[in-house]
Design a protein around this ligand. Structure first.
Ligand code: ATP
Ligand code: MG
Length: 459
């Protein structure tokens, strides 16, 4: 946030006023000095003695300001991040009663930031007195050297007066030099931070092949995925064929790699080894935008925007009609719920969808995915906060609307998986079982254990 507001503002100060004042200063300087030289070269040279001193001190001071300004910008970022996080996590903070501690932490950070700011302003505050001092020295030199020349009868009183006027005319541009240099220094620090952001190259690069109209045949060939940041190998040598129109359920303990598998199919990540192809075309060669348009992805942690429910459901497709939105909501078993809200589909959600329940959030996200009428539907544990009855209704609706469409359901529940054409069990990134409900309950292993356990719970 800071980079796109604060830092951009700093650069704007450079591109606008700083450039203007520099031109102003250069013109004034050259005209005044030209006139001074015309009148008296010797006196001009004496007057300009303090100027090299000026450039050196400006140079040194600028360097210091640059360094301190970078630090100040970093602190501003830290403060913004802290504030933003605290407000979005306010419920957690309150339930753990750490308001005071959070306030203290913020205080600490704000104080550090204040120190850094004071440091910066100390350096900046040196500029003006330094200018005045050096201009004052010029004035003194004019009076002394000019006075001596007058006493010797070389120049008139008028010339001295004229020189003093020129020197004072130079005060403003010289003072501006300081402001301009510090602005340029700050802009440089800011531009660097902006560039870091702009030069970030995406790891996922789109191919240019348009996918088929009705894609859906997915093949994973010796696929492995290692996350760079944690160095965890989330998937190891996965071989899998999901045929067009199939419903596949993926089960497994937490951290077994289920979400990672879906992320690979939607090409949020690229596999570190092996290849994925859809309809015999490698995923990397497909146009990623066209591919994602055909995929309906409900992630494990659904994100809703602070906008109306209707817009939250329809945001993947332009100009969605109300009937379309309602149909999707009905299929996701959320229509009745929405109608009971005061403003119905126009109800505006709080930030991150804070004003709806977890199960409602999941169902709104499902509606958002199915309104796209996707060829491939990826559901990442998005029925977990929904009771089993509603779950059955949604699964039934999905079955009806997604005949001939490929559906992958990640779940921890047998009830979500048992009607699937194929069930896959993952463990530590590997496929440890593969079959149908009937075949898997006969084998010993995770699936049959889970089945027994959930059967008992039900009874
Ligand atoms: N974005 C990420 N960056 C780094 N490591 C990750 C990332 N996402 C997942 N992992 C790691 O990869 C492993 C597999 O995670 P994954 O999210 O695929 O599990 P999962 O089967 O979906 O678990 P759950 O049932 O809890 O959702 C975990 O050990 C996790 O720590
Ligand atoms: Mg997951």
């Amino acid at each position: 946030m800071n980079r796109i507001s604060e830092d951009v503002g700093k650069v704007r100060m450079y591109v606008g006023p700083a450039v203007m004042y520099t031109i102003n200063m250069l013109v004034l300087f050259s005209v005044a000095i030209y006139k001074m030289v015309q009148i008296d070269i010797k006196l001009t040279l004496y007057t300009l003695i303090p100027f090299p001193l000026l450039s050196i001190s400006i140079f040194v001071l600028s360097k210091i300001i640059h360094k301190r300004s970078t630090i100040v910008q970093e602190y501003l970022s830290k403060l913004t991040t802290f504030g933003q996080e605290v407000f979005s996590g306010i419920n957690v903070i309150k339930s753990y009663t750490i308001e005071m501690q959070t306030a203290e932490d913020f205080d600490g950070l704000a104080n550090e930031s204040k120190e850094k700011n004071i440091n910066l302003f100390k350096a900046q505050a040196l500029f003006f007195p330094l200018m005045v001092l050096l201009i004052g020295m010029s004035n003194l030199i004019v009076i002394y050297v000019g006075g001596m020349q007058y006493i010797n009868g070389l120049i008139s009183i008028g010339t001295i007066a004229e020189f003093m006027m020129y020197v004072n005319m130079l005060t403003w541009p010289v003072a501006i030099v300081g402001w301009v240099t510090s602005t340029i220094q700050q802009a440089e620090a800011s531009q660097k931070r902006i560039n870091e952001f702009l030069e970030y190259t995406p790891e996922i690069i789109s191919g240019d092949l348009a996918p088929n109209e009705n894609i859906g045949d997915i093949v994973l060939n010796h696929v492995s995925l290692r996350y760079d940041d944690t160095n965890i190998e989330a998937l190891k040598n996965i071989n899998l064929h999901i045929e067009k129109g199939q419903t596949v359920a993926i089960l497994g303990k937490t951290g077994s790699g289920k979400s990672s598998l879906l992320n690979l199919i939607a090409r949020i990540y690229d596999p570190t080894a092996g290849a994925i192809s859809i309809d015999n075309t490698p995923l990397k060669e497909l146009d990623i935008y066209a591919l994602r348009k055909k995929i309906g992805f409900v992630s494990q942690d659904p994100f809703l925007f602070s906008d109306s429910i209707a817009n939250n459901i329809s945001f993947g497709i332009e100009g969605a009609r109300q009937e379309q939105i309602e149909l999707a909501a009905k299929n996701a078993a959320i229509h009745e719920n929405i109608n009971s809200f005061k403003e119905k589909y126009g109800t505006v959600l709080g930030e991150r969808g804070i004003t709806v329940s977890g199960g409602q959030k999941q169902r709104i996200s499902i509606a958002r995915a199915i309104i796209k009428d996707p060829e491939i539907l990826l559901l990442d544990d998005c029925l977990s906060a929904i009771d089993t009855e509603t779950e059955a209704i949604i699964l039934n609706n999905l079955k009806r609307i997604s005949t001939n469409k490929t559906t992958i359901i990640v779940s921890h529940r047998i009830s979500s998986a048992k009607h699937a054409d194929k069930i896959i069990v993952l463990d530590q990134g590997q496929i440890v079982a593969n079959g149908t409900h009937q075949s898997l309950i006969k084998e010993t292993g995770y699936y049959s254990e889970l089945f027994q356990q959930q059967l008992l719970e039900k009874e």
